[in-house]
Design a binder for this molecule. Structure first.
Ligand code: ADP
Length: 348
C-alpha cells in the first residue's frame, strides 16, 4: 500500500487510530489519534508516545506474534477520565521492513464502564438492603430457638418484629420487580385514555386510613369536569400513591396533604397543553442538597426516618421512570421548615 493510501485509510477510521510497523515506529495516525496523543507523532517510536505499560505490551506482543491483542488505555484531559479499548490488529503487506504492521484503534468505552459500575453499585445496594432484614430474621430465629423458647411475651414481640422485617423484604422485592418492569417498558408510550380526577379521588380513598392513623387531612383541589390524559392507569396510580403516601409519611407533621390538579392550555415545560398534579405537604421539607439525587435508587434524604417507616428507597425512582414513560416531567420544590411540593406534569 502506498503511503498516501495508508494515510487515507487510517484517516477514514472513525476513532483514534494509528499504525506501527516492524521498525516500531508510527507510520500513520489520524486526527483523532493526534488529538488524543499529541501532534507530530508520525515517525516517532511508539514507546515515546504510548507510555502506558499495558498498551506497550499489547503492541509488542501483537507485532511479535502477528496476532490481535486487546487492552485498555486510560486518558484524562484535566476535566474527566476516558477509558478506551485498544485493539492491536496485525496486518500483512504493510510497512517498510518485512511487510507487516499493527493497526491500533482506540474505542471510547467510558459509557460502558460507567454502566457496569452502576450495575455493580446496584447489586451491592440490593444485597445490603436485603441483608439487613435477613440478618434480623436470622437473629430472632436463633433467639426463639434458644433463650426465648419458653417466654410467651418475648415470643410474641419477636414474631411481630420478624413479621415487620419479612414485610420489608417483601416490599423491597415488589419494588425491585416494579422498577424492572417500568424500565423495560419505558420506550413504549402508553395509549389508554383516562380521567385523572376520578383516579386521584380513588387513590385518596384508599390511602385515607393511613392518613387518619397519622392524623393528616387529605384534600383534593380540582376544576369541575373531567380531566383526561393519555396514560397507563395502573402506573399513574402507582405514581400518585407513592407521592401522597410520602407526603403523609414524611410531611404529615404539617397536618395536611393537598393534591391539586391544574390544567394548562400552554405549558412552558411541555411546549403545549398539559395537566399538572401537585402533591403539597407542610412538613419539615427537604434540604436542597438532597434534591438533585432524590430520584436515584436507594437515595434517602433521611435514612433513619425512611427505614423506621419501612421505606425501600425506590419509590421516587419508580415515579421518575413512569413519568418519563409518559413523556412528562417530575419537579420537586422544597424548603426546610415549610414543606414540599412534588409536581407531575403530563402532556395532554
Ligand atoms: P422511601 O421508600 O425511603 O420513602 P422514596 O424514593 O419514596 O423512598 O423517597 C426518597 C426519600 O425522599 C425518602 O427517603 C425521604 O427522605 C425523602 N422524601 C420523599 N418525599 C418526601 C416529603 N414529602 N417530605 C420530606 N422528605 C421526603
Amino acid at each position: 500500500m502506498s503511503t498516501d493510501l495508508l494515510d487515507e485509510f487510517v484517516r477514514a477510521i472513525p476513532m483514534p487510530a494509528l499504525m506501527v510497523d516492524q521498525t516500531e515506529r508510527i507510520i500513520a495516525a489520524n486526527t483523532d489519534a493526534t488529538t488524543l496523543l499529541g501532534l507530530n507523532i508520525v515517525g516517532r517510536h511508539f514507546a515515546t508516545i504510548l507510555r502506558q505499560p499495558q498498551v506497550l505490551e499489547a503492541i509488542e506482543q501483537s507485532l511479535q506474534s502477528k496476532s490481535t491483542k486487546k487492552t485498555r488505555h486510560l486518558s484524562n484531559d484535566g476535566a474527566q477520565d476516558t477509558t478506551f479499548e485498544v485493539e492491536c490488529r496485525y496486518m500483512n503487506g504493510i510497512g517498510a521492513v518485512s511487510g507487516g504492521a499493527i493497526l491500533a484503534t482506540f474505542q471510547d468505552i467510558t459509557h460502558l464502564e460507567h454502566a457496569s459500575q452502576m450495575r455493580r453499585d446496584f447489586v451491592a445496594n440490593v444485597s445490603h438492603e436485603l441483608r439487613t432484614p435477613l440478618t434480623a430474621l436470622m437473629g430472632f430465629i436463633e433467639t426463639l430457638r434458644g433463650p426465648a423458647r419458653d417466654d410467651p411475651g418475648a415470643r410474641d414481640r419477636f414474631l411481630q418484629i420478624m413479621t415487620d422485617e419479612a414485610n420489608r423484604m417483601n416490599r423491597l422485592v415488589g419494588d425491585l420487580l416494579s422498577l424492572n418492569r417500568v424500565e423495560s417498558e419505558e420506550r413504549v408510550r402508553p395509549s389508554e385514555q383516562l380521567e385523572l380526577t376520578g383516579l386521584l379521588q380513588s387513590i385518596l380513598n384508599s390511602v385515607r386510613p393511613l392518613a387518619e392513623d397519622a392524623g393528616v387531612d387529605l384534600t383534593l383541589e380540582a376544576q369541575d369536569g373531567p380531566v383526561s390524559v393519555t396514560g397507563d392507569s395502573d402506573q399513574l396510580r402507582q405514581v400518585f400513591t407513592n407521592l401522597i403516601e410520602n407526603g403523609i409519611k414524611y410531611g404529615g407533621s404539617g397536618g395536611n396533604v393537598l393534591v391539586r390538579v391544574l390544567s394548562m392550555d400552554r405549558d412552558t415545560a411541555m411546549r403545549g397543553p398539559s395537566v399538572r398534579v401537585q402533591v403539597i405537604d407542610r412538613g419539615p421539607g427537604i434540604d436542597p442538597i438532597h434534591l438533585p439525587r432524590l430520584t436515584e435508587r436507594f437515595y434517602r434524604a433521611d435514612s433513619h426516618r425512611s427505614r423506621q417507616l419501612g421505606g425501600t428507597g425506590l419509590g421516587l425512582a419508580i415515579v421518575k421512570h413512569i413519568v418519563n414513560r409518559h413523556r412528562g416531567r417530575l419537579r420537586v420544590e422544597s424548603e426546610l421548615g415549610k414543606g414540599s411540593v412534588f409536581t407531575v406534569i403530563l402532556p395532554t
